[in-house]
Design a protein around this ligand. Structure first.
Ligand SMILES: Cc1cc2nc3c(=O)[nH]c(=O)nc-3n(C[C@H](O)[C@H](O)[C@H](O)COP(=O)(O)O)c2cc1C
Length: 187
């Protein structure tokens, strides 16, 4: 009789734990298949574009290139000057074209080169052009050595109601597939 009572309590506890387990959010992220992923990027000389394309392959996400309506100068010093003027003027350079059905994406990777230790002003334009509330935003950058840290502050400011994950400085030694795997967005 006593054993029956012990077993009944044990089974009740197990059933309760199973119930609670089903109600609690899962600790690990769901796979890419359960998400609609956008990989948006700006790239002046092609490095960030390569990283974005790799992220696109790893996640199965849709690529979107952020393009300035007025192209930046192709010569390095002229581009440095143009970028520096944009920072000073807090410019919002116009973007063309636009993302179709942004509402349908729940995960947005956003990539850019570091310009003057921060994300280029065109990234501000992009982030101000859409509502990222409720989305998971994952920044990544390439650079000549500067880390993504300062740009993260800017992105968090633009996306107050999003889950902004730690950004990746995708330098040459960065293991993109391992990063995507760790995030739980591998396809
Ligand atoms: C206007 C401009 C400003 C830059 N400022 C920085 C910087 O502050 N720190 C840095 O490490 N690299 C800087 N770089 C180098 C780029 O971040 C780096 O070459 C990047 O990988 C280029 O990416 P992209 O090919 O996608 O344009 C700058 C490059 C340009 C053109």
């Amino acid at each position: 009789m006593r054993y029956a009572l012990v077993w009944s309590i044990f089974f009740c506890l197990m059933a309760l734990m199973a119930c609670l387990g089903g109600m609690l959010p899962k600790a690990s992220a769901a796979g890419a298949g359960e998400h609609k992923i956008l990989v948006a990027y700006f790239s002046w000389s092609g490095t960030t574009k390569q990283v974005a394309e790799q992220i696109g392959r790893e996640t199965g996400g849709t690529l979107f290139e952020i393009q300035p309506e007025t192209p930046y100068p192709t010569e390095y010093q002229a581009c440095l000057d143009a970028a520096s003027k944009e920072v000073a003027a807090k410019a919002r350079p116009a973007i063309r074209p636009q993302v179709e059905q942004m509402d349908s994406y729940d995960v947005v990777f956003i990539g850019f080169p570091i310009w003057w230790y921060n994300a280029p002003m065109i990234v501000d334009t992009f982030l101000e052009s859409y509502d990222f509330a409720g989305k998971t935003v994952i920044p990544f950058c390439t650079s000549g050595g500067s880390p993504i840290g300062v740009a993260m502050d800017k992105i968090r400011l633009h996306c107050p109601n999003s889950t902004v994950l730690d950004g990746l400085t995708a330098n040459r030694t960065a293991d993109i597939p391992a990063w995507i795997q760790k995030l739980g967005f591998a396809k």
